[in-house]
Design a protein around this ligand. Structure first.
Ligand SMILES: [Zn+2]
Length: 190
């Protein structure tokens, strides 16, 4: 899994591609976080699923489908005037971005992307992002992995958020961060 910070940074980046309203940012952020709802279930009900089924393309698409029907109905019924098509496109990209970011960690366990049709746990054969370790102030791995993740995701999110032409100084700064952290991320043992 990637950290909540990385998923949130990418959520803002996706939203900036068509900054519609704060409400749309909330929708996009919710879909960027959606697959990690199993942590919420564990925290609330001590529910530990045998498979991380919320990290499935089928599950994310199904929830998005329900959202799409609900949004379309509410927008038409209450004449909310919401731009349905871009909202649906951005939220779908948001949901899939989470699965992609977790996949690219290349961890040894992976996620059941095709659940419930297949319980195989998929993981990228090459890892780039570090996994998000247990949050604890005394966990040194947490600081290290968050730094690597920030060095990789930060420049990508910055480019997405800034939109349009990125000035030369920003490219230089991003190169300074991105390249070493990317190399560090790839070289982590998995
Ligand atoms: Zn996740």
């Amino acid at each position: 899994m990637s950290s909540v910070f990385a998923h949130t940074a990418i959520a803002v980046g996706i939203w900036r591609q068509r900054p519609l309203s704060w409400l749309v940012l909330i929708f996009i952020t919710a879909f960027c976080w959606l697959p990690d709802m199993d942590y919420g279930l564990r925290w609330l009900f001590d529910y530990r699923p045998p498979y991380r089924w919320s990290h499935s393309i089928v599950f994310v698409t199904a929830i998005w489908g329900v959202f799409a029907i609900g949004l379309t109905f509410l927008t038409k019924y209450f004449k909310l005037g919401l731009p349905i098509k871009p909202i649906l496109l951005l939220t779908l990209v948001a949901g899939y971005s989470h699965l992609f970011m977790d996949w690219i960690i290349g961890s040894s366990w992976g996620d059941p992307l095709l659940w419930p049709f297949d319980t195989t746990e998929y993981s990228s054969p090459f890892g780039i992002l570090p996994s998000s370790p247990k949050f604890s102030q005394s966990n040194i791995h947490m600081y290290k992995n968050l730094a690597i993740e920030g060095g990789i995701i930060g420049p990508i999110a910055f480019t997405m958020i800034r939109k349009g032409k990125v000035p030369a100084w920003a490219w230089a700064l991003m190169g300074l961060f991105f390249v070493p952290f990317f190399v560090w991320g790839v070289s982590l043992p998995r």
